[in-house]
Design a binder for this molecule. Structure first.
Ligand code: KG4
Ligand code: ZN
Length: 335
């Protein structure tokens, strides 16, 4: 079965063709980073308009790269939510229409299920069951995965997502959008231990997270320290390092608890923040200590992309699921 996947939930236009026998045939992502940079964040209206401009040519390009014509496509998968509703409607509208025109089934995929299953596109793929840490700009969730489609939420952020905390703290440090990667880069120059940020909600049992306090802590530290340190560049790097260490250690503590509670030795990391190098190193070390293993997708499949949607859609279509001609986009949609 060969599936066209379309992702337009936020500021990346992603398209891919996945084949059940041959694997990922082609995928491309167009990032709107430059479009939104001047505004310091994603402007929903501009995002929708750009998806409209890019999507059709991108589909043609990816299908050509995959050596695929419409006649070879057995189904169309698109991100149906959660995300920006106008952006979602672009992918949903075009995806559903193409499927209708081609006479094949369509399926609306949950964006986070896409992220969650992305590591299965890699070799070696993690076997079920596993625990997944989903860390993106909109979500921080620990999920027990018994099989594709069988998910149990173990814990999640009660306020800001980890990626959101990275982005907001990056803004406080005057870093350009998108803030997460920029903050991680600045943190490389930081002196570890110069500042110590709290590890929120690690002093009590449970698997929930809270990251909104860290940006307030960062704001206060910036105000106090930048006023009386002469080496302000180094001070900014030290603060970035302290923030990153706090987020990473908090995530690792909860991941350890989650794999212990679930009794599994496989941990999957997915979502934009799983591109963070220090997080990967610390998670690897923690899982190695437990004689287990951590899995994550290649960097291009950590952030938003069409490959994960094509793959997740393929799993569902191959299991016989599809949807009626009427389609919806769901800005909010629990996993
Ligand atoms: O999954 P994603 O591309 O989009 C959402 O679904 O949200 O994740 C984007 C998030 C942003 O908050 C971005 O700052 C963060 O992932 N991110 C990072 C890194 N790369 C991306 N955060 C920390 N370190 C990174 N290297
Ligand atoms: Zn995402």
């Amino acid at each position: 079965m060969r599936v066209l996947g379309i992702e337009t939930s936020c500021d990346e236009t992603g398209v891919a063709v996945f084949d059940g026998a041959a694997g990922l045939l082609a995928h491309t992502v167009h990032s709107q980073v430059d479009l939104h940079a001047a505004y310091g964040g994603v402007v929903p209206e501009l995002a929708s308009r750009d998806h409209i401009r890019r999507l059709t040519p991108l589909i043609r390009l990816v299908m050509a790269e995959a050596g695929t014509t419409a006649a070879d496509i057995d189904g169309v998968a698109y991100t149906a939510g959660p995300g920006l509703v106008g952006a979602l409607l672009v992918g949903a509208g075009l995806g559903r229409s193409l499927a209708w025109g081609w006479g094949v089934p369509a399926i609306g995929v949950h964006h986070m299920e896409g992220h969650l299953l992305a590591p299965l596109l890699e070799e070696p793929a993690p076997a079920f069951p596993f625990v997944a840490l989903l860390v993106s700009g909109g979500h921080t969730q620990l999920v027990e995965v018994a099989a594709a489609g069988r998910y149990r939420l173990l814990g999640e952020s009660v306020d800001d997502a980890a990626g959101e905390a990275f982005d907001k703290t990056a803004k406080i440090l005057d870093l350009p959008y998108p803030g997460g990667p920029a903050l991680a880069k600045l943190a490389e120059q930081g002196e570890p231990g110069r500042y110590v940020f709290p590890r929120p909600m690690t002093d009590r049992p449970g698997l929930d997270f809270s990251f909104s306090g860290l940006k307030t802590f960062a704001l206060n530290t910036v105000r106090e320290e930048l006023a009386h340190r002469s080496d302000t560049e180094q001070a900014r790097a030290d603060i970035a390092r302290a923030f990153e260490d706090a987020v990473v250690e908090t995530l690792v503590i909860k991941c350890r608890r989650a794999v212990e509670a679930a009794g599994v030795d496989r941990l999957v990391l997915a979502g934009g923040v799983s591109a963070n190098r220090r997080l990967r190193e610390r998670v690897d070390a923690m899982m190695a200590q437990r004689s287990g293993r951590a899995f994550y997708p290649r960097l291009a499949l950590c952030t938003d992309n069409g490959a994960m949607i094509a793959f997740a859609g393929h799993q569902r279509l191959a299991a016989g699921q599809s949807e009626a001609l009427a389609f919806t986009a769901m800005p909010r949609w629990p996993l």
